[in-house]
Design a protein around this ligand. Sequence first.
Ligand code: M6R
Length: 600
Amino acid sequence: MCGIVGYIGSQDSKEILLKGLEKLEYRGYDSAGIAVMNEAGVTVFKDIGRIADLREVVDYDVFASVGIGHTRWATHGVPSKRNAHPHQCETERFTIVHNGVIENYELLKQKYLKDVDLVSDTDTEVIVQIVNKFVNDGMVVEQAFSETLRLLHGSYAIALLDCENRDTIYVAKNKSPLLVGVGEGFNVVASDAMATLQVTDQYIELMDKEVVILTKDNITIKNLDGIVMERAPFKAMIDASDIEKGTYPHYMLKEIDEQPAVVRKIVQKYQGDSGKLTFDKKIINACLEAERIFIVACGTSYHAGLVGKHLIENMAKIPVEVHLASEFSYNMPLLPKKPLFIFISQSGETADSRSVLVQVKEMGHKTLTMTNVPGSTLSREADFTLLLHAGPEIAVASTKAYTAQLAVLSIVAEVLGRAQGFNLNIDLVHELSIVANAMSTLVEDKHTFEEIATEFLSITSNCFFIGRAHDYYVGLEGALKLKEISYIYAEGFAGGELKHGPIALVEKGTPIFCLATQEHVNLSIRGNVKEVVARGANPCIISMDGLQMEGDRYVLPAVHPVLAPLVGVVPFQLISYYASLHRGCDVDKPRNLAKSVTVE
Ligand code: M6R
């Protein structure tokens, strides 16, 4: 969601800001803008739509070596030019970009801005107008900025320009991600290092409620009480080529194709000197000491958690519950004395998950984050982290992060089982290498999944996914993938539940994708297919070698049944991709969605 980039140096800032915003496009947005500052003052360019639209309205003749930029994902007020950032105070002295949600902005408006005509519907404008008011009341800018921040309830990452001080960008953050990038004779600020990797790979992490005074040669970090904080930069470990599409038409396709390599990399990263899979002893102990594990996640990561529960319960015999982060607070389960919380999050920034993390940490419970992004908020704030090693995932629709989550969860299950001396009867290193090979076969066979997308999804407006056991959870993920990028109404159902309601939705020609990779439920799921066929459905059965029956549309290469979800999901990813493509949708940036969901 919303992305911020800022530059202060000697070069012209416009292209650095625009390129930075393009790198943040993956986060999801509906409008964008930049503000550049020079002797003539601050000039703001903004527009709804894509960065390409913003580029059309930028005046390239304006030279300005200081600037801030923003991609907005609407929360307060519709997506419009008026609500797009940057926002200015009524005198136009101060200009702001903001990521996050200010929960008490209405109250602040009533209390401090009764006499000010606000021009937007945003919570953001309130911040910049209050800074201006405090300065008019006699505060110096830094004090006015800190005092304003003290009033804000909610989350923010902020960059602020003062056209009466062209040497400074004021920066602050609370609960929303923001990094300061260190350069020679320039400095930058960005929501994600990816945005400014083109100019520096050195970054300084900011903590909540810190303020940064950024000049081209200096970075001064203070807390809200004005105490200076010292912090060394770190090197962003992102390979610039990882965030390029290369010859691929879409990131999603690239990321689907990367899955075999990701699984192999995970095995390599988690293999100890003895060749056995392992991870930090402290994490193993924390898991083994837990009476019960609570997996908390959202969306695709939640779907991975559902499979993870069975892997851990089967191999490690530790009871596991899986919860949607957004529901956890309202529906808090009874906790044992020693629970362990595992947060699964590709981005490590998801606000719903973070809110549970904060809550359970306050209760004194142990926490582990499983994430793709080292140094992300959830990783920093949890007691332990296990990395997914999937490389940057840019497409909004998660693919390789999901299979990476499943692979790491299987490793966690196996390591915990072995640590307790259980005879698991599975050589996971070997089985994961078979999975990687099977995935390679599937991604080589793209044209078949394109044909399936054409055959089943060309004219439909709805479609269902069914399965039993692990295949049910993969169906949930298949349905999410399809709906989010093709906008076809799709739902996943447990095969046995059809007759308890969903079968009423089946009409002549309704496409039903059925995954059949689990021997112990093969006959039952086939029975469910018969039920829907009897009501006119158009079934597409994807089975696994050894379990196939006449009429199956695709047979997956055989893998160990507990790892079948890693392979079973690939056809659904590719079918969704082609359905989206054929419908002319924006595959990588589906409408209304954001990659990193930083508001609750
Ligand atoms: O970064 P996270 O894994 O915490 O994100 C959770 C969900 O927002 C995410 O999985 C979302 O459902 C994806 N768009 C699914 O493709």
